[in-house]
Design a protein around this ligand. Structure first.
Ligand SMILES: Nc1ncnc2c1ncn2[C@@H]1O[C@H](COP(=O)(O)OP(=O)(O)OP(=O)(O)O)[C@@H](O)[C@H]1O
Length: 141
């Protein structure tokens, strides 16, 4: 059990379809704090750093195109075990496989061409959270 912080992105589909409030509500209902929040946009440098592990994947151009579709809401949240708990709240990467009741299961969509629009990103480890906070909130580091 530990107090952790996490970087959460409401991706362009989540912003355009009006799910920012839902993400915030679910965090607050669970008693987590939101320490920073802003509307921002992706750029090539941020995406290459953020998705460094996926640069060689054949679907990386799809991820880039998806993340450029509109504004993104970035937030830093804190709480006990927030990293694993929020990833359960987000659900599986592919919205077709995500459980109902999760953000991706309720609001995400897999398109006929295989494109995944899955509403949110969240850090998967303490180290990655710190790395991602530097990418999306450089003014705080
Ligand atoms: N097979 C795929 N086809 C298309 N896009 C994909 C595929 N796998 C992953 N992605 C995209 O890349 C993102 C990062 O994939 P990753 O494997 O890190 O999943 P994740 O950790 O659940 O998602 P995220 O890092 O966004 O929280 C996914 O959220 C999705 O937008």
């Amino acid at each position: 059990m530990s107090e952790e912080r996490i970087l959460i992105l409401v991706k362009p589909d989540g912003v355009m379809l009006g799910h920012i409030g839902e993400v915030i509500t679910r965090l607050e209902r669970k008693g987590y704090s939101i320490d920073a929040l802003k509307v921002t946009t992706a750029d090539a440098d941020k995406l290459r750093r953020h998705y460094a592990d996926l640069l060689e994947k054949p679907f990386f151009p799809e991820i880039e195109a998806y993340m450029y579709e509109g504004p993104i809401v970035a937030m830093i949240a804190t709480g006990t075990n927030i990293i694993s708990v929020f990833r359960r709240m987000a659900g599986a990467t592919n919205p077709s496989e995500a459980d109902f009741g999760t953000l991706r299961g309720d609001f995400g969509r897999e398109w006929p061409d295989g494109l995944i629009r899955n509403v949110v990103h969240s850090s998967d480890s303490v180290d990655n959270a710190e790395k991602e906070i530097k990418i999306w909130f450089p003014e705080l580091s």
